[in-house]
Each structure stands twice: as structure tokens, then as C-alpha cells.
Design a protein around this ligand. Structure first.
Ligand code: ZN
Length: 73
């Protein structure tokens, strides 16, 4: 895993909301926030504003905290 900012600029990159790592879209899970709940957009069909999280338990588990902060904003 290369940890550079300007790596592979021909691929679309997204930032994980938890660890702030930039990764290829395919390595992340897209989700949206509907009625203050996290809904994983596995079919990539939900037309709301999307967020991305790493496809690993470490980051996914922290989404719980993240959504609580997100609600307050
Ligand atoms: Zn992450």
C-alpha cells in the first residue's frame, strides 16, 4: 500500500470518512445518510450525497461514532 497523495491520478479516488486515506473507489464502500441512518449503497443506486468508508472492520465499526457526530452538524 503506497501512502502518497498523488498516487495513480488516472483512477478515481475517494477519501474514507474515518481514516482519511485516499483510495481507489473500488476499495471503499459507498454509503449515504438517510434520516440520520447509514445506508450502505451496495447497488450504487442511491442518488443521495454519498460518503465512502474503507472496506474493513476497523473503519466500518467507527462509523457508529461518525454518524453521531454527523447528526450534530
Ligand atoms: Zn478508513
Amino acid at each position: 500500500m503506497v501512502n502518497k497523495n498523488s498516487h495513480a491520478d488516472h483512477l478515481p479516488e475517494r477519501t474514507c470518512v474515518i481514516c482519511r486515506k485516499k483510495m481507489e473507489k473500488e476499495a471503499l464502500i459507498r454509503f449515504v445518510v438517510l434520516d440520520n441512518e447509514i445506508v450502505f449503497d451496495l447497488q450504487k443506486k442511491i442518488a443521495s450525497r454519498g460518503f465512502y468508508v474503507c472496506n474493513n472492520n476497523l473503519c466500518v465499526e467507527k462509523l457508529d461514532k461518525w454518524i453521531r457526530k454527523h447528526k450534530k452538524q
